[in-house]
Design a protein around this ligand. Sequence first.
Ligand SMILES: Cc1ncc(COP(=O)(O)O)c(C=O)c1O
Length: 782
Amino acid sequence: MTIAVQKAPRIRPDDAVRIAMAHYGLAALVSTLPSERDQNFLLQTSSGQKFVLKIANAEEQYDFLNLQNELIRFLGEKEIGLEFPRIVPSQSGADIATIKTADSREHFVRMLTWVDGVCFAETKPHDRKLLASLGRALGQMDAALKEFSHPAAHRSFYWDLRNAASARELVTLLPTDRRPLVERHFDDWAKIDWSSLRFSVIHNDGNDYNVLVNGLDPSQRRVSAILDYGDVVHSATVCNLAVALAYAMLDKNDPIGAAGQVVAAYQEIYPLTESEIDVLYTLAVTRLCFSVCIAARQTRDVPDNEYLNISNAPVWALLEKLQEVSPDWPRRVFRYVCGMPIPKDKTPPRQWTRTELLAGRKKHLGPSLSVSYESPLHIVSGAREFLFDARGRRYLDCINNVAHVGHSHPYVVRAAANQMAILNTNTRYLHELLIEYSERLIALLPEPLRVVYLVNSGSEANELALRLARAHTNRTDVVVVDCAYHGNTSAMIDLSPYKFDGPGGRGRPTWVHKVPMPDVYRGKHRGEDAATQYAREVARATQIAEKQGGVAAFFCESAVGCGGQIILPPGYLRAAYASVRNAGGVCVADEVQTGFGRAGTHFWMFETQDVVPDIVTLGKPIGNGHPLGAVVTTREIAASLANGMEYFNTFGGNPVSCATGLAVLDVIRDEELQQNALEVGEYLKEQLHLLQDRHVLIGDVRGLGLFIGIELVRDRDTLEPADREAAQLVERMKELGILLSTDGPFHNVIKIKPPLVFSRKDADVLVAGLDSVLRESAFVDG
Ligand SMILES: Cc1ncc(COP(=O)(O)O)c(C=O)c1O
């Protein structure tokens, strides 16, 4: 037993009443609060005011209490969104008074105002927002304390995680069968290189009874205070977060996921270093091990001291659960949420230079493959919205809508890898994942879209959509939107104006009917009735088709990507669909670019047009990079294809694809990525509109959610496309570490369609980058 615990004061509540009156002139009702080394009393006056009377351990040094007071004052003065108690001076004006007990021991006494709130431990289940608010609170506190110093903080303190060796000595007090649960973590702890970590004064006790939440209304809850400054110490800064994580993981189905949410929010406020991220989990579990070891000693020495036993059972349950977690997993998750690359386990047998890679492409690959940027990038890893090149340089990825939930999201990676290790076959065997995934996908789509085909790419999905449409209507022709792109197969090239009208294209086949892109900025119709006018073009095209093979389908992207991030004017699809259906055709929504929450307001972009297509095609984001695509249609249309010919697809719907697709849906839901797309997308658009006011080159800013386009023009009246400038801008942005691309019929539209984990901070980085590049003479002078 530590001397501090032995010398815990033993003041009775009626003595506390007398102390409050004698030293603070307060008449109050008193109740006892738990404490390990000190004694704390809650005082309540008749007018309802609440205070905490703190009687320090006889061992406590004045300087240390002074440190606590200074720290409370320091943090209270910083506006960090947390509440701190006020220090109430004694009647003699002292922040720290002295009392003498009957056994002639002297104790220092302090009075603090009461801070209202509910303990974090009592607000379970903890949702994402609450966990994030804990991370933010800790980040704010640590960031502020960077500037705080006090000589008394430099102390040797047994709860300092650097001192885990002393707790480790107590392992023998644990039941034999439980010792391995903690020993492996102490082994990892012993390997920590403390010299690689940052040091500062830390609170060091963000346990779930010291963290307060304001109110119980789940939609409003946030961490409002972090109390109890008795464990403050100068130590490795990351220990503060680690201690809080240890308790945040308690009673969670997915403790590492919950910890990841705290870490992600912390990172936004006060970025961790790579070394800190890599020791975070070890430190957090060491704290748990520490806790059970100290509790074991306490039980041996003072069996009736309840305080340390409060969280003992859940700690053991958590340690047992963590036994099943692969040692690498937490580090992967924490690295991922902090946007750090996952280091390769082995160095590749050969280090390629960029020149060698370029030469290799030229030698071995088809020359029609292209690479981005004048000086191509050699990207070797990704995490969240970041990509890393071979030299370790980080790039903010503003264009990859395939890495929808974030590059190499560990949850998706694990789901795919686990399933790959078990089974991967075709759909000719029964498999639960195929059904589970189809059900989950269908549940996200409106009636009557109830039949799923799983394929391997967007092109394949559209190819099948064409077959379905033709089989169902017994017609051949297709109406498509100018500049649209639907895929790389022969039929898709034939119905993609982006390709058949482009370089090397062979022009429009007779069975394809092109309608103008519903572009209200530079298109044919720009006024209020543009949607109606553009929809009339569709009606006219169907009439022409009727004179040929009849209209089988109208293919339309729910927002035209390659056409230059064109947002369909409200009402367009409703009217266009009506005329196509009147003519006997079916309506295909190509959601390959736009689906899965990117629109922000809706899960599917077609929903923003208030229509239900007959066939929906899905791709890109659906597998977060795993080759997966899907077609969802009605029972009637699906029945039309069942004419006796088997539809076989070797890879489509295999268990690995289904596991991957399911994981992607889980992450979109659990990380509330659609909501993020809405909030960050709106914010980014606002900022881009402000940028437009400063830079004449920006002719138009348009978008829905995180699907945004910036159209550059040399003249806002003539709309002369600024294509060279757009290309140059993209190159300059790349030099700044920000990845963008151009598109549109004139190649003058900057495309923005990042992974949905894109944050407001990323939006600020992007806008600041654009602003600085657009100020450069090449852009200002034209
Ligand atoms: C709208 C649209 N549809 C279909 C496709 C084809 O998808 P994939 O490249 O997966 O075959 C693309 C690809 O860029 C696309 O943008």
